[in-house]
Design a protein around this ligand. Structure first.
Ligand SMILES: [Zn+2]
Ligand SMILES: [Zn+2]
Length: 238
């Protein structure tokens, strides 16, 4: 009771300082943890448990899990992609709010969703880097913010600025999987050896997996033994 009272006072003060309504239901925000989202909208997010490709997490229409055609034809340089949910509803709104409305504090509750995945034991956590121009424009790299939460939560070293995106690539939206791969070819490079290391590569959204493949490829070329990719959401390619 007392705790509720204290919580109400804290959210009251918070709302005075940062008056906000939940982007999903338009009601007044009632939590600091996931603000501006309200607690009931935030808690509708759940881990995708349906059938999906055992390697790249592409959701299947059938109930049988296996390996998708894309991974059979062209095996990715990562051993597995872990993904919290599908890019839809509140999860999509929250990622959008972080990236484009620049509500940076959302990286914490979103990063905690990644900690709900069955993450493997690794030697380092590495974010998918942004090109310097993109970074200047946004002011932060959302994948780095998420990777920080994962590194802290799993007590794993975080390595930044050693995998870089040296080539600026046009937005991937509207491109086919083939075009995305060509677009990203040679975009990433490693600035050190990752010899013998197991790496967890963190990104916010995975669409065709072209970015994850290109990032993982650069790490494998630098000697990494194994790369697991972890992302918040799996989006359908448009
Ligand atoms: Zn809400
Ligand atoms: Zn696959």
């Amino acid at each position: 009771m007392r705790r509720n009272f204290a919580n109400n006072i804290i959210s009251g003060i918070f709302n005075t300082l940062y008056p906000s309504t939940c982007p999903a239901c338009s009601l007044k925000t009632d939590t600091i943890a996931a603000a501006p989202f309200c607690l009931s909208c935030w808690s509708t997010m759940s881990k995708y448990t349906g059938a999906s490709c055992r390697i790249c997490a592409e959701p299947f229409m059938t109930e049988y899990s296996g390996i998708c055609g894309h991974c059979i034809k062209n095996p990715p340089p990562f051993s597995k992609a872990l993904c919290f949910g599908r890019y839809e509803k509140v999860l999509a709104q929250a990622i959008h709010a972080l990236k484009f409305q620049k509500i940076k504090r959302l990286h914490r509750p979103l990063g905690k969703l990644l900690l709900q995945l069955e993450l493997p034991q690794v030697d380092a956590v590495i974010p998918i880097p942004m090109h310097l121009n993109g970074l200047r424009e946004r002011g932060f790299n959302q994948s780095l913010l998420l990777a920080k939460v994962v590194a802290e939560g799993t007590r794993t070293p975080l390595i930044i600025d050693r995998l870089i995106k040296g080539k600026e690539t046009p937005p991937q939206i509207g491109l086919t999987a083939k075009e995305r791969t060509a677009n990203l070819s040679g975009a990433f490079s490693a600035l050190r050896s990752f010899s013998g290391m197991r790496i967890l590569l963190v990104d916010d959204v995975m669409t065709t997996g072209a970015t994850a493949r290109a990032g993982a490829k650069a790490l494998r070329l630098a000697g990494a033994d194994d790369v697991t990719v972890c992302t918040l959401a799996r989006a359908a390619a448009t």
